[in-house]
Design a protein around this ligand. Structure first.
Ligand SMILES: NC(=O)c1ccc[n+]([C@@H]2O[C@H](COP(=O)([O-])OP(=O)(O)OC[C@H]3O[C@@H](n4cnc5c(N)ncnc54)[C@H](OP(=O)(O)O)[C@@H]3O)[C@@H](O)[C@H]2O)c1
Length: 280
């Protein structure tokens, strides 16, 4: 199978390329290869590549950028995704879209199921939900909602903390935000399995278990042999962000269970593997 992957130079894009390259012919598409906001150019690329599947993580994942410039957020995340869907439909390719836990409002205080009503509070969450709706208009679709990502190739929440502490600083993080976490390559391998064997539809996907951002950063520091006390937890409100983060975004992987898939390994195990590679 030939698989085109958008946003291939991004954090998740690199994990997806690594995972899918283990079994398939992968065509990595960076923004320079195919700007998803340019419908005609994108279609021309997919007509040339002729993929059977388009995996689509490209977009703007930064909440503050989307909040500051909603037009740009909607153009890339939403209209860009509509263009990817239309181009995939025209070449007959399936689409695996990467969405987010930020489609929820964080007020449920019990794990979110795929059947729960999304109610995004942020511009970013709204762009991603509208993009999901666009993806659902094409029958051959899979949507994977993922939580905070860590993995090789591009700086991320975990690596940022390790580098700060290793250079003598403190890492100040919110201690009142609960969610899941996932290694990009673990998630990529599971996505590959689902598109091979599973029904189309919506899936929550993360490493198993849940944690606060504070716990995630602390365990990463400890695993890296750094002082975990250098991770300082404060209420998110004290971080004075433009966009408040969700207090609670734990996702239940009901659809994966129901379809008979084994769940990815616990987050602590994948974090240990990842951390070993960071400060080498
Ligand atoms: N990071 C997380 O913790 C997280 C959590 C939940 C969900 N997600 C979702 O996962 C997906 C990937 O996130 P990520 O962390 O890998 O983001 P990332 O590292 O910023 O990667 C996104 C990629 O999309 C590309 N892109 C941006 N605008 C584009 C355009 N107009 N045309 C083509 N490509 C474009 C970017 O290229 P340039 O660098 O050239 O702009 C970048 O390589 C996103 O859809 C995000 O919503 C991420």
């Amino acid at each position: 199978m030939r698989v085109a992957i958008t946003g291939a130079a991004g954090l998740f894009g690199q994990g997806l390329v690594a995972a899918f390259s283990t079994r398939y012919e992968v065509v990595p598409l960076t923004r320079a290869d195919a700007d998803i906001t340019n419908a005609e150019a994108l279609l021309a690329v997919l007509e040339r590549v002729r993929p059977e599947l388009v995996v689509h993580p490209a977009g703007i994942p930064d909440l503050d950028i989307c909040e500051a410039d909603p037009a740009r957020g909607f153009l890339v995340n939403c209209q860009g995704t509509r263009n990817v869907v239309e181009a995939a439909r025209r070449v007959g390719a399936g689409i695996a879209y990467i969405s987010t836990d930020a489609v929820f409002d964080g007020k449920k205080l019990a794990p979110y199921l795929e059947t729960d009503e999304p109610r995004p509070l942020t511009v970013y969450g709204k762009t991603k939900l509208q993009a999901e709706q666009a993806v659902k208009t094409w029958a051959k679709h899979w949507i994977f909602r993922v939580p905070v990502l860590f993995g090789p190739g591009k700086t991320n929440f975990v690596e940022k903390g390790l580098r700060k502490i290793a250079s003598g600083g403190e890492y100040v993080v919110g201690n009142d935000q609960w969610g899941c976490a996932t290694h990009t390559v673990d998630a990529g391998m599971k996505i590959m399995e689902v598109v091979e064997k599973g029904p189309c539809g919506l899936y929550h996907l993360s490493n198993q278990g849940s944690c606060s951002r504070f716990e995630l950063a602390r365990l990463a520091a400890q695993l890296a042999g750094l002082d975990p006390e250098k991770v300082v937890g404060v209420p998110d409100a004290m971080l004075r962000r433009r966009t408040p983060r969700l207090k609670y975004a734990v996702m239940e992987m009901g659809a994966l269970r129901q379809a008979g898939f084994a769940l990815p390994r616990p987050w602590q195990e994948s974090l240990a593997d990842y951390v070993r590679t960071v400060l080498k």
